[in-house]
Ligand binder design. Structure first.
Ligand code: GLU
Length: 300
């Protein structure tokens, strides 16, 4: 299998300039290292009808292309089930009946980091489990042997983060993101993960899970986000932030692409041209502040 990078959007709505910038970066990282570039639609959750088509159209409009058919997570349930079964056979899973509220209100276990699952259901006896099953469907959690794990990130260096007994399958039967992402990256030959640095804290869980499944964790590069003028991660409510909004105020997709490239210290033009100047070591380390002053948007 060839090695590949990827962009993996959740089809919950239109992509905004932050998402588009991450997609361009993922493409540049992949192509500059001779990798294929793949697109995976993470539609297990939060999918809105029509959003996938809009996202693919917008990616193409800014010049992001992919090298194989688009993969959708909703079509890969068997693969996820296989991975969970494998962990279950090895005694690495357990059923959890906790509600969100119970988890919030539970005293945290000694030495367990803030926000980590306190382990309430880890030690249930068979009899207790039987009783709980009658009242509530179970989620499936990983029985983790570690409380933290280190990953190496191309932009952040060594990063150590929390690993708790995280959910593998939710109690509504939907595969959890952390499991799906690990299974899919490995199955698709993805050995380079470039994504927003809001996902860095999830990465130790994913890398640890990969080792439990006998998989090689990919190389990671977590890139700075785009933020609004208050320094908060860009969102739809921040005004004209999607290609659709921007087109409506006279800013074509090519101009958005050029602004993104300039924000990365790269020349305006096609992505193939930008590739010639791309050097991960000289990327800006700070978030990019998106301001919608129209003169800046439309001036060439
Ligand atoms: N689907 C996730 C998102 O849109 C990205 C997951 C990933 O890149 O690993 O936030």
């Amino acid at each position: 299998m060839t090695s590949a990078g990827r962009f993996a959007p959740s089809p919950s709505g239109e992509l905004h300039v932050g998402n588009l910038r991450t997609a361009i970066l993922a493409w540049l990282f992949a192509k500059s290292t001779g990798r294929d570039f793949l697109l995976r639609v993470e539609d297990l959750d939060r999918a809105r009808s029509g959003a996938e088509a809009e996202q693919l159209r917008d990616l193409q409009a800014i010049g992001v292309s992919w090298d194989a058919a688009v993969v959708r997570q909703t079509e890969r349930g068997a693969l996820y089930a296989q991975a969970i079964d494998r962990l279950a056979v090895e005694g690495r899973t357990y059923e959890c009946f906790c509600t969100r509220r119970e988890i919030q209100e539970a005293p945290s276990a000694p030495h367990s980091p803030q926000g980590a699952y306190p382990g309430t259901c880890r030690m249930l006896s068979d009899a207790e489990r039987e009783i709980r099953r009658a009242s509530r469907p179970a989620s499936i959690r990983l029985r983790s042997d570690v409380t933290e794990w280190a990953v190496e990130d191309q932009l952040h260096g060594k990063y150590v983060g929390v690993v708790d007994d995280f959910v593998l399958r939710r109690n509504d039967g939907v595969t959890a993101y952390n499991l799906a992402v690990v299974v899919d990256d490995a199955a698709q030959g993805i050995d380079q993960v470039v994504r927003g640095d809001d996902l860095l804290p999830s990465t130790p869980r994913q890398a640890y899970l990969a080792t439990l499944l006998g998989l090689q964790a990919p190389k990671y590069a977590h890139v700075p986000l785009v933020v609004n003028h208050d320094g908060v991660r860009l969102a739809k409510r921040d005004g004209a932030v999607t290609l659709g909004d921007l087109a409506a105020v006279g800013v074509p997709a090519e101009r958005v692409r050029d602004l993104i490239l300039e924000s990365l210290g790269l020349p305006a033009g096609t992505l193939a041209e930008a590739l010639l100047d791309f050097d991960p070591a000289s990327l800006p380390k700070e978030p990019w502040v998106w301001t919608t002053s129209s003169s800046r948007l439309t001036s060439q």
